[in-house]
Design a protein. Structure first.
Lengths: 493, 327
């Protein structure tokens, strides 16, 4: 791949990225969330078409029209989320989409043979062929998924975070499988946040940052510290307002909180007037922590104190009554009622100021909404417009406005700046600073390190369901946050 | 940010959206009035009284069903509930209970069945389709059991007057029509103006968001099915009044007519949208179609085909309209 560019609207997702793969090579693609790894791989596997640049496969120009075309040309992708049909048998899953058949009649003997050979190839012939896939472990399912790609005789195999849901032992088995594939001459693009894994399986690496390839080379001679520096090294520009705020008494305390799978153990104390940042990679358990805290997910162990009183198991309704508000990371699927109007979306948690005997005074509801719209600079036709018609930034302001209208004292903000324009982002930072100055406590989850370092008083980092020590933001650097997030011991720097 | 021309266009569209089912009703009436010899009978006060009377049961059922569908649910057991509650009423009348007691018990019986349905939907987290499919059989069976597998007859009761024509020469429809209209107004106000109504819309629009906003979604579902059950009980009372006997095999499949009325009225089966007025007009469209087809002398099967086509057409137009609105 040479000089590949791709833009979405005004955002340059990829700028002039080049990547070359030798036969039988494992190439690690490294970068932070949003660095452009997925976009690059989606271009290679035909899901996106690049704006510029070219791809060559075995020396001939290659322009995949769609994922199916790319697959036929020998480019296979294994996604983070497995794509098996859980109720079909192992054998049926392996041949899915490539069933040996004649005039529509399945050839069962041949199917069995193909499936067995594929599993043998991966040294996993012990997996029974007749049982439904959902009865196998996640690790075995992953092997089955890889076996399926073998049927198409892939030249290039892309693996996106393959170990994110595997245990250490299963991951080690997967590396053996990868080595076997490599010996067969398959080139593998290996995407992972975990550098020690990349060092274990890859021969070469490329680091992406903000849509550019910023470095690469032989894995054998690379230093982990250098790679992390490449991942981080961006200029920190200051669009973060610093409103002075003083920390008050503890308002929310978690003591070794554990959920069903994640979080495993999270403890922290959030004070009035504090903005605490929660950093970590996607899937580290940050969202699960606030969901459990807000009563959306089950709490298995640990205790929660609100305003220094124990209140561990509470429903969202009771949490709201305690003055806690949650901004969902998923605006479209959870955060908003997309087909309802702005007024309803903004005031749903606190309708009582304009309600008498259960009847809503629509006029006053709209007046209140209009006031918030002015205050938050929401661009819309009016309180009665459907919220689904607004831009992401304006939607997010309404979602935040709901917490403000609710007069929440503890705000759990999960990726409040995701997918919104820079101007709206700056306004949200301003707002957060002002709220903290008013004595509200904010827990701020973000995957974008500059904003965490820019506005937080304290920062904790989550890795695989556990939270590190929470330290003042000044004690962290992007480098040390990333090290903690990928589970590397912090170097003395 | 407000541009007058943009706004005017939007209002025009909104008006058309709201008036959609109403235009459909006028269109259907106009079509049946085309033929002179049919018009003579069709476009008369007495015929409209008949149409309104025929609409009452479906309309009252649609009040409960609209609320359930807006909340993202469905109820397939309505026909069985109507049968059971009407048999309950007949048994009570036969036992000599006063009409007010009969009426109250019949309606409450519907409410209790609704609470059971809602309890199962919320408590066991089962799909409403499954729960009410099961309830359809259970409640129908209970009705037959209670009626000893035959109709329950009684001599005379003031309850029969609810659905009978007070005076064939005057325009006044039977009291049941007024009851239905009063209930429709009540429900329209509840759905539009109250916190309860807002919560019903919120749950249907996005249950996860509703939960996030502190709405006790499971408790609300029990309430919704319970309240709807009261309406189904009331529909059972109307059925009892109309038949003047308790028939456990009555109203088979009426839930489909009711769902069709709600859907023709613009509600989405995926929840979050729908209006009481729309559903009422939907119920009227169905009744006019049946009545008009009879006046035209069309056989039963033609009626079925026409009504089936109208359901598909109405929802198809609705989808088209929404797709245009979203772009």
């Amino acid at each position: 791949m040479t000089g590949v560019c791709k833009s979405f609207g005004a955002t340059h997702a990829l700028e002039d990225v080049s990547l070359d793969l030798a036969p039988g090579e494992v190439h690690a693609l490294i970068g932070e969330n949003g660095a452009g790894k997925s976009t690059l791989m989606k271009i290679l596997s035909g899901a996106y078409t690049p704006d510029a640049g070219r791809i060559e496969l075995d020396g001939t120009p290659f322009t995949p029209a769609n994922p199916l075309h790319a697959r036929r040309c020998g480019i296979a992708m294994i996604y983070q989320e497995l794509t098996l049909a859980p109720h079909l048998s192992v054998e049926e899953n392996i041949v899915l989409g490539a069933e040996p058949a004649r005039f529509g009649w399945l050839n069962r003997a041949k199917r069995r043979d193909l499936a067995r050979r594929a599993l043998e190839e991966l040294r996993h012939e012990s997996i029974p062929l007749d049982v439904p896939v959902h009865t196998r472990t996640i690790a075995e399912q992953q092997v089955i998924e890889i076996a399926r790609t073998l049927l198409t005789e892939p030249k290039v195999l892309i693996m996106d975070e393959p170990t994110s849901s595997l245990t250490q032992v299963d991951a080690e088995n997967l590396f053996v499988v990868i080595d076997r594939l490599r010996q067969r001459g398959v080139s593998i693009v290996y995407i992972s946040h975990f550098l020690e894994e990349c060092q274990r399986v890859a021969q070469r690496y490329t680091v992406l940052r903000d849509g550019r390839a910023v470095g690469g080379g032989d894995m054998a001679t690379a230093q982990v510290g250098d790679i992390i520096r490449l991942m981080v090294g961006r200029e920190i520009t200051d669009i973060y307002p610093r409103v002075p705020h003083s920390l008050g008494r503890p308002v929310l305390e978690l003591r070794s909180l554990a959920g069903e799978a994640k979080p495993r153990s999270v403890s922290f104390t959030l004070r009035a007037g504090e903005i605490m940042g929660l950093a970590g990679l996607i899937g580290a358990g940050r969202t699960e922590t606030v969901r459990a805290c807000f009563g959306l997910d089950r709490i298995c162990d640990g205790r929660i104190f609100v305003l220094e009183h124990e209140s561990t198991h509470r429903s969202p309704a009771l949490r709201l009554a305690e003055g806690i508000g949650l901004l969902s990371e998923n605006r479209k699927e959870e955060g908003l009622l997309l087909n309802r109007d702005l007024a309803d979306n903004l005031t749903l948690t606190r309708l009582n100021p304009f309600t008498r005997l259960g009847f809503i005074n629509r006029k006053r509801q709209c007046e209140t909404t209009r006031q918030w719209m002015d205050q938050l600079d929401v661009r819309a036709r009016g309180p009665e417009q459907r919220i689904g018609e607004l831009s992401g930034g304006n939607q997010q302001k309404i979602a935040l406005g709901r917490l403000l209208h609710h007069e929440a004292k503890i705000l759990l903000l999960d990726e409040p700046t995701r997918g919104i324009d820079v101007a709206s982002k700056a306004q949200i930072y301003q707002l957060m600073g002002r709220l903290a100055a008013e004595g509200k406590a904010i827990l701020f989850i973000s995957s974008y390190l500059p904003e965490l370092l820019g506005i937080c008083d304290t920062i904790g980092v989550m890795c695989r369901g556990a939270l590190t020590e929470v330290r003042p933001a000044a004690d962290w650097t992007e480098h040390s946050i990333i090290s903690a997030a990928i589970g590397q011991p912090t170097e003395s720097a | 940010m407000t541009h007058p021309p943009d706004n005017a266009k939007w209002n025009w569209l909104a008006t058309l959206n709201a008036a959609g089912p109403f235009l459909g009703l006028l269109l259907v009436i106009a079509l049946f009035s085309l033929k002179g010899e049919v018009r003579e009978y069709f476009l008369t006060v007495s015929n409209f009284k008949i149409i309104l009377t025929q609409t009452v049961i479906v309309a009252i059922g649609a009040l409960g069903m609209t609320m359930i569908i807006i909340s993202g649910g469905i109820d397939l057991s309505v026909g069985s509930v109507i049968a059971l509650t009407s048999v309950v009423g007949a048994v009570l009348i036969k036992a000599g209970q006063p009409p007010l007691v009969v009426g109250a018990v019949v309606i409450l019986a519907g409410g209790i069945i609704g609470l059971m349905t809602g309890g199962m939907v919320a408590g066991l987290r089962l799909a409403p389709f499954i729960v009410t499919l099961g309830m359809m059989g259970i409640v129908r069976g209970a009705a037959k059991w209670l009626g000893n597998n035959q109709t329950v007859n009684f001599k005379e009761s003031p309850i029969s007057n609810i659905m009978s024509d007070p005076d064939p020469l005057k325009w006044q429809p039977p009291p049941g029509v007024w009851v239905a209209i009063a209930m429709a107004v009540l429900m329209a106000v509840v759905m539009r103006q109250t916190v309860f109504g807002r919560y019903v819309f919120a749950i249907g629009s996005n249950e996860a968001t509703a939960r996030l906003c502190g709405i006790r979604t499971r408790l609300m579902k029990v309430f919704i099915y319970g309240l709807a059950g009261l309406f189904f009980g009331l529909a059972g009372l109307m059925q009892l009044s109309r038949l003047r006997q308790g028939d456990p095999t009555v109203a088979v499949g009426i839930e489909l007519d009711i769902i069709a009325a709600v859907v023709i009225g613009g509600a989405s089966l995926s929840g979050g949208s729908g209006t009481i007025l729309g559903s009422m007009i939907g119920a009227l469209i169905m009744a006019v179609l049946r009545n008009g087809s009879q006046q035209m002398g069309w056989p039963n099967y033609i009626q079925d085909i026409i009504i089936g086509a109208v359901i598909i057409l109405a929802v198809g137009l609705d989808q088209l309209r929404q797709a245009r609105q979203n772009t």
